[in-house]
Design a binder for this molecule. Structure first.
Ligand code: EPU
Length: 422
């Protein structure tokens, strides 16, 4: 198994580019099930989750090929395969994104409920509520969502849950509603940039969608959808992680593929913490000459502060002056990183869905273990600022969402290397 070693204490400096967004690419790949022609996707990162989605789509009769130039070509055969097996679904929750397209296109479905997750409960009740409102007859049997549908009909629905909107739930309903007969209205739809990108792909395929980027989506069903070509948006979470690494190390880092419109919650938070942040077309530069100040952060659905940057923000705040309160309103148990950061000397007290971070004491490098994707990214930031050596094991979690992270950080001046655990 791969592990990572970091020697902390270096200021990061330079320019780096964020890859394509994993969480945009995954549902867009699933949309290939809806297309009558081939899809050509550009800017799809080469990551474990993308390979898992490729396996899942292949099992569902989609031919997926990576061309030498990096483009991903997806061609749906006329297959009637409609089983998303547990052996694949258990490794990646985003596999649930095939549910909407399968219900709309193949009608008969057998989709395994996704596996457990380190960041807390992740039910799919809202996905089922929305699809049932469209007329899908779905039940749960032996860990599988099963259904034997007919043509779906447009409906009005409210997709808000106890923690706000649902990202992949909105994606699933959208991908079913585009082929339903009549008009569908989704209220409390997720507004995340990744959902907007999926909408843009569906438009290119011939779908009719209004209200993109707002919490009310109005979809008028069409009879069929064509293939299309699309460049996936850059990964705002990877970009945000690199900006935080720059700010945490007192560095000067410019990230290309960092769009202000996707990242303003982070940018304002960093400014409040005393960093200088400038933004250009799709580039953001962060400079932090002085020690950062404490800030309070609350995660919320977009355009609020993203839960996927909460762990990395917390690692950054361990080096800030004062006390910060980090409140998690999307996944109230998403605090697996707290114990590992504490092993590195961070002073963090967990209180319900919040963590109180006493900053300023310098972390000390230690052997730590990655528990989930974003927690691993937090440990990388902690390793960059800590005194001495940090060894992170189980970095396959990191590899699920960050393409060539050690090369990118290395180019910015980090002392970082990947090695095989003996
Ligand atoms: N929820 C329900 N019922 C549902 C669906 C969700 O109660 O049917 C709750 C969840 O338990 C959670 C909240 O609603 O409390 C939001 O969950 P959401 O459905 O939006 O999450 P998701 O679609 O499963 C996506 C990202 C996550 C990201 C969240 C929130 C993908 C593939 N995954 O998950 O990304 O944290 O939205 O923004 O898009 C990551 O990349 O590390 C990651 C976990």
């Amino acid at each position: 198994m791969d592990a990572m070693e970091l020697v902390g204490g270096r200021r990061l400096q330079g320019r780096v580019r964020a890859s394509g967004a994993k969480n945009a690419a995954l549902p867009i790949m699933a949309a290939s099930i809806l297309a009558d022609g081939p899809m050509r996707l550009k800017n799809v990162p080469d990551l474990m989750d993308i390979r898992t989605m490729t396996r899942l789509l292949t099992a569902l009769g989609v031919r997926v090929e990576r061309e030498p130039d990096g483009d991903l070509i997806l061609k749906c055969t006329s297959s009637r395969k409609s089983e998303a097996p547990y052996r694949i679904m258990k490794t990646m929750r985003a596999g649930i994104c095939v549910l909407g397209p399968l219900v709309a296109r193949r009608r008969k479905v057998r989709v395994s409920l996704p596996g457990g997750c380190a960041i807390g409960d992740r039910p799919v009740d809202l996905h089922l509520k929305g699809l049932r409102a469209l007329g899908a007859d779905l039940g749960i049997e032996h860990g599988y969502i099963v259904g034997d549908g007919k043509r779906l009909r447009g409906a009005e629905m409210y997709l808000g849950g106890p923690f706000g909107s649902t990202v992949t739930g909105t994606a699933n309903i959208l991908m079913a509603a585009v082929l339903a007969k009549g008009v569908t209205v989704i209220d409390c739809a997720a507004c995340e940039p990744e959902v907007q990108d999926l909408c843009r792909v569906l438009l290119k395929m011939g779908a009719q969608i209004q209200g993109i980027g707002s919490p009310r989506l109005v979809i008028e069903g069409v009879d069929g959808l064509a293939g299309c070509e699309h460049a996936v948006i850059p990964d705002r979470i990877e970009a945000g992680t690199l900006l935080l690494a720059g700010a945490a190390t007192g560095g000067d880092v410019t990230v290309e593929g960092a769009r202000w419109s996707d990242l303003f919650a982070l940018v304002h938070t960093l400014r409040e913490a005393g960093a200088e942040v400038e933004h250009f077309d799709d580039t953001i530069r962060v400079r932090s000459r002085r020690r950062l100040k404490s800030v309070d952060v609350t995660t919320l659905p977009f355009p609020g502060f993203p839960t996927d940057l909460q762990a990395q923000m917390m690692a950054t705040l361990t080096a800030a002056d004062g006390i910060s309160v980090v409140t998690e309103k999307i996944f109230p148990d998403r605090f697996m990183h707290v114990a590992e950061l504490s092993r590195m000397g961070a002073r963090i007290r967990k209180e319900g869905n919040a963590a109180v971070v006493h900053g300023a004491k310098r972390l000390s490098g230690a052997p730590v273990m990655a528990s989930d994707l974003r927690a691993s990214a937090a440990l990388v930031i902690a390793g960059l600022i800590a005194q001495g050596k940090t060894n992170i094991t189980r970095i396959y979690h990191l590899d699920r969402g960050y393409e060539k992270i050690e090369l990118k950080l290395g180019r910015l001046g980090a002392k970082i290397r990947r090695y095989k655990e003996s």
